[in-house]
Design a protein around this ligand. Structure first.
Ligand code: DP6
Length: 329
């Protein structure tokens, strides 16, 4: 009745923003991401018949906001239904990076939770089934079930909205440098931000209508290891998503001034011949993707940008998997 799992966040190069089905949490657009290796979530799930409700501890603390506990319970409810039981669980989880600040803690969090929870209940689920279950809790979590380059296309596959791996992490060793520009939790979470955007932006239909072209361009760039093409489509998808967010009513601004300075720095590096491009999710942190060997130069340059609080580095890593010991264990 107990199992532990580790999952890593992923960084979307072609972005998911907007839902086709809010009940099942099926994305309105296809996305493509890379799974990281240096950042991780570790989660231990222990089902305990003595409990009346799920007990969630994050980093050893039990004062977790109630909406996080509810999301965790909803995710475990799917597994309990499959197992035909109603037993509640202790969930101990820990991240080695700041949560809720646009570093995709929900992606690694739900991928680890589904993987540990299914094992603890003795459910023999395939990775695709775990991906579909993780997606119902958080769209990007479906992608963290897999490692390397991963696609989530709501129009393909037997299970709607299941991620599929495209390329192993060893096949193209891109590096990711993260400039942390704020450690505050974001003002509006992705789910609410997406729903507001879909409801109010005049640009939403154009976003949905052009996403498939971006997916195809990125898929081709990955298959051909064509860095320049991947840089072009990734920056286009990122800026288009942030343009869309700005066009919501009221407009959503996830960036701060330092975010913009980091973009300028990365573009200057590229113009100087360094193989690097940027992407930014629903938060102010900037992720710089580079070819092997260029990360040290990218890191040094981002450290000089006034206001950058921290610079982290990661390679590409594996998907969610069971681990012998959970957090603090
Ligand atoms: C900007 O997966 O966090 O990071 O499905 O509502 O939980 P929910 O949203 P979430 O959104 C991720 C949005 C993004 C882009 C991306 O990861 O594709």
């Amino acid at each position: 009745m107990q199992a532990s799992a580790q999952a890593q966040p992923n960084v979307a190069l072609v972005k998911y923003w907007g839902k086709r089905d809010t009940e099942l949490n099926i994305p309105a657009v296809a996305s493509l991401s890379v799974t990281l290796d240096a950042l991780w979530t570790r989660t231990r799930v222990t089902f305990d018949p003595a409990l009346d409700e799920d007990v969630l501890r994050v980093g050893g603390q039990s004062d977790t906001p109630s909406n996080q506990v509810e999301r965790t319970t909803r995710c475990l409810d799917q597994l309990r239904r499959l197992a035909g039981i109603d037993t509640r669980a202790h969930i101990d989880t820990e991240n080695n990076f700041p949560t809720g600040a646009g570093l995709a803690s929900s992606a690694s969090g739900f991928a680890a939770l589904v993987t540990a929870g299914a094992e603890a209940l003795g459910l023999k689920l395939t990775a695709a089934q775990r991906s579909a279950l993780a997606r119902q809790s958080s769209g990007s979590a479906a992608r963290s079930i897999f490692g390397g380059f991963v696609e989530l296309d709501p129009d393909s596959g037997a299970l709607n909205g299941t991620a599929t791996p495209l390329l192993a992490p060893e096949a193209w060793r891109l590096e990711v440098t993260i400039a942390v520009t704020s450690k505050q939790p974001k003002a509006l979470g992705s789910t609410d931000g997406m729903n507001l955007t879909a409801r109010t932006s005049d640009y939403y239909d154009a976003w949905v209508g052009t996403a498939r072209g971006d997916l195809h361009a990125a898929r081709r760039a990955v298959a051909e290891r064509d860095f320049d093409s991947l840089a072009r489509v990734s920056e286009r998808s990122c800026l288009k998503m942030h343009g869309l967010m700005l066009s919501a009513d009221p407009g959503l601004i996830y960036w701060n001034g330092v975010t913009v300075e980091c973009i300028r720095e990365i573009r200057a590096l590229r113009h100087a011949g360094v193989p690097v491009f940027f992407t930014i999710d629903a938060g102010p942190q900037v992720k710089a993707i580079s070819l092997p060997g260029a990360a040290a130069q990218v890191r040094d340059a981002l450290r000089t940008v006034p206001g950058v609080l921290d610079v982290m580095h990661s390679g590409l890593g594996q998907g969610a998997r069971l681990v012998p010991e959970g957090p603090c264990g």
